[in-house]
Design a protein around this ligand. Sequence first.
Ligand SMILES: Cc1ncc(COP(=O)(O)O)c(C=O)c1O
Length: 415
Amino acid sequence: METGAFHYRSGTLRCDDVELAQVAGRFGTPAYIYSRDRILANFRRIAEPLRRLNGLACYSVKANSNLAILKLLAEAGSGFDIVSGGELRRVLQVAADPGRVVFSGVGKTSDEIDAALAAGVLMLNVESAGELEVVESRSRHRGSGAAPVSIRINPDVEADTHPYISTGQTIHKFGVPKADALELYRRAARSPHLEVRGVACHIGSQILDVDPFLRAVDEVLALARDLRSHHIPLQLLDIGGGFGITYRDENPFEFDRFFSALECRFRGQELRPLLEPGRSVIGDAGVLLVRVLYVKETQSKRFIVVDGGMNDLLRPALYGSYHEILPLEQRDRTHSPADVVGPLCETGDFLARDRSLPEFKPGDLLAVLGSGAYGFVLASNYNSRPRPAEVLIESEKMRLIRPRETVDEMIAAEL
Ligand SMILES: Cc1ncc(COP(=O)(O)O)c(C=O)c1O
């Protein structure tokens, strides 16, 4: 896989107009590098057809929550999907319009609900009867208008993805079973402290097939019709996120087919569609740059030990995810199998396994592609390793958007 933003020119890997080796020279490794142009192109590919349906794209902050990226997207007209008080603070920090923010998540605390109501979010996607009660009581306590809510429905649709990121079946903790929805909506509609605004669903992440989305949309549209017949009209239908990207050789998600199917369903409807894309906006717009520390061979394997590991990019260890690995200097020399491993004390600390790769020597630089989403946000200080730097490439310029964490910063709050 070689994405538009990351390409070789004269044998050297670049992000847009900048040589990645220069970025490594200036900011060191490990470092996340993102392409502004790619982020915006990815966002517009979703937001523009949606706007034609009077819909709204709410970037899912959990995928990558760097303030510079949120600001970029807010300026491009994005709404935001948040799942915590911390994410709310981030979107407010970049002066995003809270009236374009949806608050999802199964475990919102009273404090988080208060903060969202005070900010004036578009809606809280409520995930249980218990949460509806808490939202109602916090809204009553605030005494300044009804809290805007939608109920997140679990549409019981199976999506072909990793079990950890599949969310739309009754075995999963997310949403409310379809059978319970009408009763909850009735309860919400009766309360003077709640304003029913919409319905939500989200069936999982890294889904490449359009059909499960359409099955979920059809389920929630049927519910919306049912609610209308009970005099509970909805304004917004939040379809969630989850559009898959190409990490290896997967066929790209068919956005054209998806949007024409949405058009058929939403044309002439008062309901506005809302999407919460995360990975499909930022995933292929980012790489993790790492440097080779050592090369070692055992009887059975060649190991390329690099300076970035599972604390920097957890996805391979957590999900067994595949990330393409490219040398910064293109080479035609013979390839042989190797594992690319990090410095942490876990056998699960790998970035690639049994991959056909050229020879490397200490000091060589590698790019781990497709690392923009669920990369830095999942980084940790495991093994007391400071978190990596983040750099945004803006055409021919590089901008540090998060300095590398220092050891002093890492331990500063501890007593
Ligand atoms: C409710 C909700 N919306 C949106 C997303 C974003 O998904 P993705 O990054 O796959 O688009 C997620 C992630 O799992 C989610 O849980």
